[in-house]
Each structure stands twice: as C-alpha cells, then as structure tokens.
Design a binder for this molecule. Structure first.
Ligand code: FAD
Length: 496
C-alpha cells in the first residue's frame, strides 16, 4: 500500500510533520506519493491574489525536484473547489492503492470542513487520514489562561507561550526543526509498476509543461521572489545574522531594508515558523530574556502570527466575517465608493498612504508600518468597513494569509481583540513625517512628488509650488475625519 502526503499550506520538505510521518510509517517497498490540489473557484471565493498563485505554481515546480530527490513523486491536480476535493483524493487513493493519507492541519473553517469530508469519504473505504498540528510552534489550544480559556490579549499570551515552549522542550525533547525525510531507496522511482504515471509527476495534462504549472487562475509575475530552498534559507540566515540585532530600531522605517521579508514564504509554508524561531534562537540564545533587543522584538512578531492563528481556532466566527467585538457591528460605516477607489489606487492626497498603496499594487507586498497606516486611514479617516480593506489586501498580497490579515485589519479598525483603541487614530501626515522623515519611500512610489522639498513631502498641498503638481489634494480633512470616527465608534459602543 502507498502512503499519500497531501500538501496544502506547507510547501516544503524540511520540517514538514505530515511528510516526515508518512515516510516514517511506510514499510519496506511502500511508495510515498505527494499530492497538491489546486482549487481555483475556492481561491476566487477567498480572494487569493494572482501574484500569490504564481508564487505557488513556481514553488510547486521547485518542490517537485526536492521531492524527486527523496524518490517521492508529486502529483498536482486541479478541481473547482473544496467540495470536489474528497472525490479527487478518493480516486487517487484507488488509482495508487493508498492505505493512509497524511496532511497538516489548517485552522480555518472551510479548510476544516473540507478535511472532515475527506476523512469521512476515506473512512468509508477503510483508508486512514492522519492530520498533524504543524503550522504553529505551539498548537492552538495549548496556550491558555489560568481558567483554561484562550487569551484575548497578546502580552499575557506571549508570556504563557514562552512558558509552554520551555515546558515542551523540557518534556518532549523533540528537536524544534525536523530534517527532511531520508530518501526512499528500496523502490525504483522509475518502476512503472509502482506508480503507473510516475514519470508524469504533474498528472493533469492541461496543467503540465516540463518547467511550469498553469492553474485556471489569473496570475501576475512573482519572479522577484526566489522559490528555491537555498535562496529561502539564505534569506532567513542573512536576516538573523545581519539584521535581527537592529530590527527593533529599523523595523518601522519603510525606506530601510530592516525586516525579514519572509512573510510570503511563511504564507505558503515554503518556510516554517519553527525554522525562523530556531535560527533566531541559535544565533541569539539569550534573546527571550532580553526584551530590549532586536532579536526579542522579532521573536515578538513571530508570536503575533501564532496569536492570530490561535484566535482563529478558538473563535471560528472570525472566519465568518464577524468582528471580534460584537458592539462594533453597530458602527455606521460611510463606505463612500469614490473614497474607496482613491484609497485602492493611491490617490488620496496623503503621500504615505498613496505610496504604500502603490507599492502594494506594483509588488504584492507592503511594509508592516504602512499596512497599519493605510488600514487606519481606510477605517477611521474614510470610515470604510474594514472588510473592504481586508479583501483588497488579500487579493493583492503575495503573503495574503487569512489569520494575519484578518487580525491586522481588526486591530487597525478597533474591532478586534487587543486592538488599537478606537479613540487613538493615526494622523497619516505625522506618521509619514515620523517614519519616512526625508520622504525617500514616498518619492520612490510617487514620482509626481520628486521635486517637493522634504519639509512638505508629507503635506505637498501646503507647498508654494503645489499648483504645479499632478497630485491630488487630500480627499478628507484629517482633523474632522478623526472626530467623526471617534464619535461614530462611541455611538456604536453605547448602542452595543
Ligand atoms: P517581519 O517584521 O520580518 O516579521 C517576521 C514574521 O513575523 C512575518 O513574516 C510574519 O509572519 C510575522 N509577523 C510580523 N508582524 C506580524 C503581525 N503584525 N501579525 C502577524 N504576523 C506578523 N501578514 C501576513 O503574513 N499576511 C497578511 O495577509 C497580513 N496582512 C496584514 C494586514 C494588516 C492590516 C496588518 C496591519 C498586518 C498584516 N500582516 C500580514 C502582518 C505584517 O504586516 C506582515 O507579516 C509583515 O509586514 C511581513 O513582513 P516581514 O516578513 O518582513 O515581517
């Protein structure tokens, strides 16, 4: 019987629990097969970005090679949506005489339901499905407060996370990062009797070309992001060796290359969070005891990622488009379509907002400080529902990730747990002056402002030469918009 590893958001061979377990469970002469199922209709529903899908396609081609070196063929299938997945897997289990399917858990509702249906379908044919917790360093449900409930506030979550982590290391003694499985050597990968179309690893003919994959989904080029294991490893090492120590000082300045830019790899699981944490701890073993350090600050961000995943798991309503705080359902959003369009296109007249939005459109990535600024601007200055921003981000980000994106948007919109209080509204001009003081980032993305003196770069409409600029005036008055936002949230709070 064969073992089937169903890959989803874990496109890697190193530190992949399901893959390792499949290889460990196999008996002599049993093949291990890997499977990836593309679901374009589902991706449309989830607003997946074309650049992210291109990135996945390229990563799968790379992964096929890494798996082939382990003597594990990769089958890539395309079906419409999650509903079609159980039948697809069942057919493959019959085609390849699979007795046991392995995968890593995703902590989202649609994905969970899909897995339940797959499990039922397989069970009715006496095929086992094993699902592993792999996406977090500490799995959801294990970081709890004294009452045994999930945390709603980040700092106590992080403190308990550290305690649980130390306990886990002491009691389990498992290495933090698992190596790639050893290559299978007791079967011949070219033996057509073992797997009949093994030579055609990408079995669905219309997806297949020797060096590329083409799913039925629009794509935009992600070539600026290398997808090979060595490049990803080097990016992580370079960050930890050269940048982590100054992360706390540099991370808020978009003109400085001060963050890791690893989020796209984490989003598709080309890299695990454990690999990030392990590399950090190897380089800075004392970092958890030194909260002032750059390394600790980076660690803190890694734990934010865990926090949002634990929240999603504990509060499924977050997957169902609900705010964390019910009273925020009463906020009377203005949802002005012209304002939304101006925000999306980077035409609001607030340079730091516009530069960030143009960066997102052009590259599929945005700096964290800028994500906070543009999200605050949309939800407070423009009083547009955070879901409009969440969706726009998801459909443009190469690192689009449901848990982190939802968490980030609800944080900025003051609808989430441990969010920015609603009465604290970012001033986009001051944010620009503080975090892009010379306007380097703004000038890079807004060519119209290249001649504006530094003093006016974040308020070009006040410059004497403003009439020469082909750049919009601010679409709202921040002072008034701020007061209106606070009043609107206050009223909603009283109502709720
Ligand atoms: P680094 O600063 O190097 O941090 C390392 C890693 O820690 C990141 O790659 C990421 O996995 C994690 N991380 C860092 N900050 C956060 C955070 N605030 N929340 C959760 N995880 C974090 N991140 C995504 O990966 N996908 C998203 O779709 C996403 N949407 C966001 C939307 C909004 C409105 C906001 C405010 C934040 C969002 N983030 C999202 C979080 C954060 O902005 C990005 O993870 C970060 O900018 C990625 O850059 P980096 O890899 O250089 O991060």
């Amino acid at each position: 019987m064969s073992k089937l590893v169903w890959l989803r958001n874990d496109l890697r061979v190193v530190d992949n629990t399901a893959l390792l377990q499949a290889c460990q469970y196999r008996q002599a002469s049993e093949p291990v097969i890997a499977l990836y199922i593309a679901t374009p209709m589902q991706w449309h529903e989830h607003h997946e970005a074309p650049i992210k899908i291109d990135f996945i396609q390229r990563r799968l081609v790379e992964l096929r090679q890494s798996l082939a070196a382990l003597n594990i063929p990769l089958i890539v299938k395309e079906v419409a949506d999650f509903a079609a997945v159980p039948a697809c897997i069942l057919a493959l289990t019959q085609q390849y005489q699979v007795g046991h399917v392995f995968c890593n858990k995703q902590y989202l509702i649609n994905e969970n339901q899909r897995d339940l249906r797959v499990g039922e379908q397989l069970a009715s044919h006496s095929i086992k499905l094993s699902v592993f917790d792999d996406d977090c360093i500490i799995e959801p449900g294990r970081v709890l407060n004294k009452q045994g409930d999930p945390f709603k506030v980040f700092t106590p979550f992080r403190k308990t996370w550290v305690r649980v982590y130390h306990d886990q290391v002491a009691s389990r003694g498992v290495p933090l990062v698992q190596p790639a499985p050893e290559a299978i050597t007791d079967i011949d990968a070219r033996d057509d009797d073992v797997i009949d179309d093994r030579s055609r690893s990408f079995v669905t003919a219309d997806l297949h070309s020797p060096s590329a994959l083409h799913f039925s989904y629009p794509v935009t080029n992600s070539i600026d992001w290398a997808v090979d294991d060595e490049a990803i490893r080097q990016r992580l090492l370079t960050f930890c060796y050269e940048k982590a120590m100054n992360y706390h000082a540099n991370r808020d300045y978009p003109a400085i290359d001060g963050t890791s830019c690893l989020s796209p790899y984490l989003a598709i699981g080309a890299l695990s969070l454990r690999q990030c944490f392990h590399t950090l701890m190897t380089e800075y073993p004392e970092c958890l005891e030194n909260p002032e350090s750059g390394a600790f600050t980076w660690f803190n961000e890694l734990v934010w990622r865990e926090f949002y995943r634990h929240l999603m798991d504990a509060h499924p309503k977050l997957c169902r488009e609900a705010p964390f705080h019910d009273w925020t359902k009463f906020v009377r959003w203005q949802n002005d379509e012209n304002h939304l369009r101006a925000w999306q296109q980077g035409e609001t007249g607030f340079p730091i907002v516009d530069a960030a939005m143009r960066q997102l459109k052009a590259t599929g990535w945005m700096h964290n400080r800028l994500r906070m600024i543009v999200a605050s601007f949309l939800t407070k200055d423009l009083l547009i529902h955070w879901q409009a921003g969440e969706q726009w981000f998801m459909s443009h980000l190469i690192d689009g990730d449901m848990a982190s994106n939802n968490g980030g948007w609800q944080w900025a919109a003051s609808t989430g747990t441990d969010a920015q209080p609603y009465f604290r509204v970012f001033n986009p001009t001051i944010q620009g002056q503080r975090f892009d003081p010379k306007g380097e980032f703004v000038r890079k993305w807004i060519k119209e402002l290249k001649d504006v003196p530094d003093k006016f770069i974040h308020s070009p409409h006040l410059w004497l030469g403003a009439h020469t600029l082909s750049y919009p005036r601010p679409i709202v008055d921040h002072k008034q918009a701020r007061l209106l936002a606070i009043e609107t949230f206050k009223r909603a709070n009283e109502q709720g």
